[in-house]
Ligand binder design. Sequence first.
Ligand SMILES: [Zn+2]
Length: 233
Amino acid sequence: MAQPVSAQPLVHLAFIKLPDTNTSSTNTDHRPPPVPSSSDVIFVDHSKPFTITVDDGYSRPALKKLIALKKQYRSSFTCLLFPYGAALKENKDLFAQLIDLGCEVHNHTYHHVYFRNTTAEKERDEIVSADRVIDDVYKLANQKRPGTKYFRPPGGFYDQNTIRICKEMNYKIMLWNVITEPNGKNLSVEERAKYITSAPKGSIILLHSKEHDMDALSKALPILLKNYGTSGH
Ligand SMILES: [Zn+2]
């Protein structure tokens, strides 16, 4: 049975706050702007044909669809999951299965907090609390955590404290260059699939744990795999 999680309903915006740059205009598009000469934040990963990332993790039906896709395609595509801690805690069983099928689970804060005017202490607390739940799920799956840990800030908001804390905790910040909900629009499965299939090689594609996005992924995967090949591990 699908259990709603106790965290707040989610609205996905991405007004990216650049660290220490004098941005005069607010970025209201859903695409993160490029950060010049920063190895602190990742937008694309050219070491892979493409990377599928799935945020939030509150929908059990969507997670079950992703499990079915991973069973079908196995390790032919890279899949990183960014559930927020509360959602991960309530769906540990499904996330353990996804780890078993080759997905990686990474950090998206515990309460899905947008880091806007957030104190460094609160930011650290959010990341550390989620990190503990991730440890628990890897234990449940009886697997080792990946060597590289990623943090994806909800909404794409981060600041200099986030960068510092992530460095201290050995996390890399992963954003994205393709999203199926540009400007937060609720698009159809077909429209979502079009965004995924038109992703350039090396893209980090942001989906959410929604059935619409999993259905779109199901349509788009054969095309991406044909165009760019498998991730080969
Ligand atoms: Zn999110």
